[in-house]
Design a protein around this ligand. Sequence first.
Ligand code: PMP
Length: 318
Amino acid sequence: MLLTTAKLEQALFASHISHTIEAQIGNTPLLRLHKTARAYGVPDTVAVYAKAEWFNPGGSVKDRPALNIIRTAEWEGRLRPGMTILDASSGNTGIAYAMLGAARGYKVRLVMPANVSPERIAILRAYGAKLILTDPLEGIDKAICETRRMAAEDPNLFYANQYDNPANWQAHYLTTANEIWEQTHGQITHFVAGVGTSGTFVGNTRRLRELNPAIRFICVQPSRPFNGLEGLKHMATSIVPKIYDPTLADENRVIETEDAQRMAKFLARQEGIFVGLSAASAVHVSMQVARELDQGVVVTVLPDSGFKYLTQTFWTEE
Ligand code: PMP
């Protein structure tokens, strides 16, 4: 049967989209953490699921906000051909910008503390991004200040500003939350996520709460400022992102680094799920929440895999 012109165009458009790297962002699997739940004493009537965000082509949850930030800025005319994308990133957002910048023809310049894991730095260099490394003792906040200074001086730089840019949380509002809703057939009762920029927590909470106001939202933060939990922020001692809304969470819980490390090893060895420490933090708290319930469906987000943290020694320590 011959395709009409409109249908042919539609088919071509669909096939073009499905062949781009950015079309592979989102629609990540939702994994059930059976063995972990059993081992942590969660009742059989409670299910714990986790969104496996390392299935994104850049390897982390941050592909979603990076794509939405770039598309929104292009649409608004703030990002134009020939410009350079600039931001402060402790790694994953930077990797996402580097990947998308390469695909879309933008140069990418990233400012980050020099103690970011060597694997992340190597990945960014592989994608061709230019890196500016700041004093590790002053953390991501120093990188943010440096980025602001550079952006003010050079109009050819597009300052993506993931910490203050609403397109960050809106990416989750538009994609992740709806995927979770569909994948749980609307049965989700609790949502647990860690906060860095807070885009994941804010965007998912705003959308899922619209879909069902009875869902409870639990926000996870490190217990102390220097914690080794890459990607997570201790808000009380940090520059607070403008997109963070502390009134959204029904509950805030803290995670100890040692508990996250123990959980990362457990997940790798008992579930075959190899994730980073922010993911392990979210799972640890999800198990605490799930254990306290008689019935429910707890959903969390696993921001990235463990591959970028292989040089950390805790994997092989007792
Ligand atoms: N974990 C990792 C590994 C991350 O890279 C990030 C992003 N900074 C987060 C957690 C936190 O996500 P969000 O910025 O959406 O709060």
